[in-house]
Design a protein around this ligand. Structure first.
Ligand code: GAR
Length: 189
């Protein structure tokens, strides 16, 4: 079985969906690490609940981004990580990390890329008045929310849905599509 790591900066609902799918044998992989760049992220509580080892390294504690990513690599290497899944990891991956895991770092984004890149995609799309909301899973490249698309799907948006309703539908879809896509990726390789 492949060894996988999840990187997350915040709430961690996608992490939990992945952890549960691993526990239930739906994703056939060992989830060996939850990495976070935030000391107080709620995702760390979720990792405890699932008995997944977690590690926090903050960018602030490092001289620069290169040192930060080298410290992350020092954690990953002994664990023989095959894939890294970003799940609300709010940092851009630089070449140190990308070159160590070519085509092995995957991200989920709550919009139909290449539209609405960035940290507030749902709100941006909502304020723009879009009528077709969706999500994207893609390989990570040096460009923010760039990289080849692996999977996309849309929610059932009803005219008049509040932002909260849209968010809820997007997150529910993310949990399903991320698990499905991870299963597929692991089967292919
Ligand atoms: C998710 O909606 C994910 O797509 C988004 O952060 C959220 C994390 O939620 N990622 C990005 O916006 C990346 N640009 P979670 O912490 O509950 O999984």
């Amino acid at each position: 079985m492949k060894n996988i790591a999840v990187f997350a900066s915040g709430n961690g609902s996608n992490f939990e969906a992945i952890a549960k799918a691993c526990q239930d044998g739906i994703i056939k992989a060992n989830l060996v690490l939850l990495f976070s760049d935030k000391k107080n992220a709620y995702v760390l509580e979720r990792a405890k609940k699932y008995n997944i080892t977690s590690k926090v390294i903050t960018l602030k504690s490092c001289k620069n981004k290169e040192e930060y990513e080298n410290k992350i690599l020092a954690v990953l290497k002994p664990l023989n990580i095959d894939y890294i899944f970003l799940a609300g990891y709010m940092k851009i991956c630089d070449s140190t990390l990308l070159n160590a895991y070519p085509n092995r770092i995957i991200n989920i984004h709550p919009a139909l890329l290449p539209a609405f890149k960035g940290a507030h995609a749902i709100l941006d799309a909502y304020n723009y008045g879009v009528k077709v909301f969706g999500i994207t899973i893609h390989y990570v490249s040096p460009e923010l929310d760039g990289g080849k698309i692996i999977a996309q799907d849309i929610i059932s948006y009803q005219e008049g849905d509040s932002i909260e309703v849209v968010e809820e539908k997007i997150h529910a879809l993310e949990h399903k599509l991320y698990v499905k896509t991870i299963c597929k990726l692991l089967e292919e390789k």
